[in-house]
Ligand binder design. Structure first.
Ligand code: MG
Ligand code: MG
Length: 261
């Protein structure tokens, strides 16, 4: 069942999601060659708790940390580790969640570590563009397939492929609510978009083939061909005046300045 949020609940969703944005902005200050993904996790956990919230991912389904940190060929759900040191030329998807006042925020951004190859930067740019193209289609009275198709069409037109095994989701008091929000689909199909729906749209786009492998750590998903994968996620609310983005990349992009994708 799809749970529609009241105006008051959407304001609380906004607060939880803005804190995710601020956490990602804090991380942006520290992301550089030489830092480990576990150090980033600790910075995020402390920042979230200092702001009166709880990391949503920590303990979720047994997940051991506060962030999902997925480097290069890792698509999503990478586990932070002291042994995973970021180096020049890497990319990292950082997915972060908070629980504040009983509501969940969830957003992700893929960062470049120093100078990254032009073709990898192009993958990131297209993936981020596809997220906003999807959001543009998230209009009351339209269908979820309109959102999914906008993402798929844009990425496939550039020669990239769309991961099928993982999808976006409804969100609210729980991180994962109905409906599923695939990054592929047919225009005019899928759930009707209604005022008060809150969904996370999160394209996971591969430079090579779409196939993925689930690693035996029980979490990490990587591309089968080990080519790079990008991931950007916003949490939005369907409103009569149009989609409202509840999360934010502004805090990140303030830090990155001209280096933002
Ligand atoms: Mg997420
Ligand atoms: Mg999500």
């Amino acid at each position: 069942m799809i749970y529609l949020k009241t105006d008051e609940e959407i304001e609380l969703m906004y607060l939880a999601n803005q804190l995710v944005g601020r956490t990602l902005g804090e991380l942006a200050k520290h992301i550089a060659p030489g830092i480990s993904t576990l150090q980033l996790d600790k910075i995020a956990e402390e920042f979230i708790r200092d702001h009166g919230a709880v990391p949503a991912f920590l303990g979720y389904g047994g997940f051991p940390n506060s962030l999902c940190t997925s480097v290069n060929e890792e698509v999503v759900h990478g586990i932070p580790s002291a042994k995973r040191i970021l180096k020049e030329g890497d990319i990292i998807s950082i997915d972060c969640g908070t629980i504040l006042n009983g509501f969940v925020g969830d957003s992700a951004y893929t960062f470049c570590i120093g100078e990254v190859a032009e073709d990898v930067k192009a993958l990131l740019k297209t993936t981020k563009e596809s997220l906003y193209l999807g959001i543009e289609k998230a209009l009351e009275g339209k269908r979820l397939g309109d959102v999914s198709n906008a993402i798929q069409s844009h990425c496939e037109a550039k020669g990239y492929s769309v991961v099928r095994e993982l999808v976006g989701h409804g969100i609210g008091r729980n991180m994962h609510e109905a409906p599923e929000v695939p990054n592929y689909g047919r225009r005019g199909f899928g759930s009707l978009l209604r005022n008060g729906m809150c969904i996370c749209i999160e394209p996971m786009i591969n430079m090579g083939k779409r196939n993925v492998v689930f690693e035996n750590d029980g979490w990490t998903v990587r591309t089968k061909d080990r080519m790079c994968s990008a991931h950007f996620e916003h949490c939005i609310a369907i409103r009569p005046e149009g989609p409202r983005i509840l999360s934010s990349f502004d805090f990140i992009e303030e830090v990155l300045g001209n280096n933002a994708i």
